[in-house]
Design a protein around this ligand. Structure first.
Ligand code: NAD
Ligand code: DAU
Length: 358
């Protein structure tokens, strides 16, 4: 009718294909940064969920990350290696789903020595997939991959169909794991779901990674070692947005498919470093330009429309999320001070990685 606007149909919210209600799930690497945030997230959201956390407690695994939920009757911790087929098989008999986070994760460490990355990220994932293949009753195997599998690009965004072109021993190992999960779906019908998130930030991130390292160094009036000219670009995603994305893919993702997860909010490293200093009231001259990371990917950027079509959207704005994160490190000084001052392993890595740069 002239003068009246045609009514727009509201897009229907995609329906859940699976449920986490009443389920027991295995979370691997749950004592690490994202895994611990994910366990806290699902226990808070699903009253009747049960979680078994299988973690080897490498240098990056820290039970302090879960201190507030350790006594929750719905939570159980098993110290073990994802490469231990017997341990994995024993747990799989008691669960209906797997969220697989366990990995060696730091690019700089993989440049110094890549062997553990191949063993854990590739062979560990293979061991889990083999065990899932032989365990009836597993409804999903959610594999946490990374946006680094695509490699770097100066402009535009990678869709999930783009060729994988990893640059570091870390990202190459993650490609191996990502494609194994896919291959098990194609070959054996394993209900694999893959997420490829961008750089996460938030509470409980090990202080070797950029944001916690720079925040805690600045708090101690120590130099912030910025690689190259600080002109590399990362797309920062709050860990809670990533947890929501993983939940979305578990509930509504199509098995065999990969889903990019990003905030589409790109920043130069130097701008993030300056922002951290501003939030802490520290001088810009704490930034120290140091020799670049070998093979340093200039920019990561992923197209997230496929995930958004499942009903996910970013909720945490970077400025607010960074402020809240910096505050968390200020308020939880003992958490990171314990690592930075008491861990011989941490000190040895810092010396190895930064000693040669100074
Ligand atoms: P993290 O390094 O903080 O934690 C890794 C955890 O895995 C630790 O608790 C460690 O003890 C455990 N682990 C390592 N090897 C193990 C093994 N063989 N058996 C059992 N447990 C083992 O890592 P994170 O930053 O929380 O990353 C989690 C996952 O998300 C990884 O798969 C990583 O590749 C992926 N990812 C991380 C980011 C990020 O920005 N942090 C972004 C995209 C993808
Ligand atoms: O993109 C997802 C990936 O993000 C994950 O798969 C990895 O597990 C995770 O570690 C992260 O990799 P990055 O290499 O991007 O993150 P990192 O925090 O190590 O570095 C972020 C940027 O900051 C990168 O461009 C390198 C730079 N940097 C980092 C450190 C530790 C510095 O300039 N100085 C530093 O000391």
């Amino acid at each position: 009718m002239p003068g009246t606007k045609p009514k727009r149909k509201k897009a229907a919210r995609p329906r859940d294909l699976r449920t986490l209600r009443g389920k027991t799930i295995l979370v691997t690497g749950g004592a690490g940064f994202i895994g611990s945030n994910f366990i806290r997230y699902v226990l808070g959201r699903y009253e009747d969920i049960r979680v078994i956390n299988l973690d080897k407690l490498t240098y990056a695994g820290n039970l302090d990350n879960l201190a507030d939920i350790a006594g929750d009757p719905r939570y159980e911790f098993v110290r073990g290696d994802i490469r231990d087929a017997a341990v994995v098989a024993g747990i799989l008999g008691r669960v209906q789903g797997v969220a697989h986070f366990a990995a060696e994760t730091h690019v700089d460490r993989s440049i110094l020595s890549g062997g553990e990355f191949v063993l854990t990220d590739v062979h560990g994932t293979y061991t889990l997939l083999e065990a899932v293949r032989n365990a009836p009753g597993i409804e999903f195997f959610l594999h946490v991959s990374t946006d680094e599998v695509y490699g770097s690009r100066d402009a535009g965004f990678f869709k999930e169909t783009a060729a994988l072109n990893p640059s570091s021993p870390y990202s190459a190992s993650k490609v191996g794991a990502d494609r194994l999960a896919h291959a098990f779906h194609v070959t054996y019908g394993t209900p694999a779901l893959i997420v490829r998130p961008s750089n996460n930030y938030g509470p409980y991130q090990y202080p070797e990674k950029f944001i916690p390292l720079f925040t805690t160094n600045a708090m101690e009036d120590q130099a912030l070692p910025l690689y190259g000219k600080g002109r590399n670009v990362r797309d920062w995603l709050h860990v809670e947005d990533n947890c929501r994305a993983i939940e979305t893919v578990i509930l509504r993702g199509e098995t065999g498919q990969a889903y990019n997860v990003g905030a589409n909010d790109e920043r130069f490293n130097i701008d993030v470093a300056k922002r951290i200093l501003k939030l802490l009231g520290k001088p810009v001259d704490l930034i120290k330009f140091v020799p670049d990371r070998l093979g340093h990917d200039r920019r990561y950027a992923v197209d997230c429309r496929k995930l958004k079509a499942l009903g996910w959207k970013r909720e945490v704005d970077f400025e607010a999320g960074l402020e809240e994160t910096v505050r968390w490190y200020v308020e939880n000084r003992n958490w990171w001070l314990k690592i930075k001052t008491k861990s011989a392993e941490y000190k040895a890595f810092i010396e190895k990685n930064y000693g040669v740069r100074s």
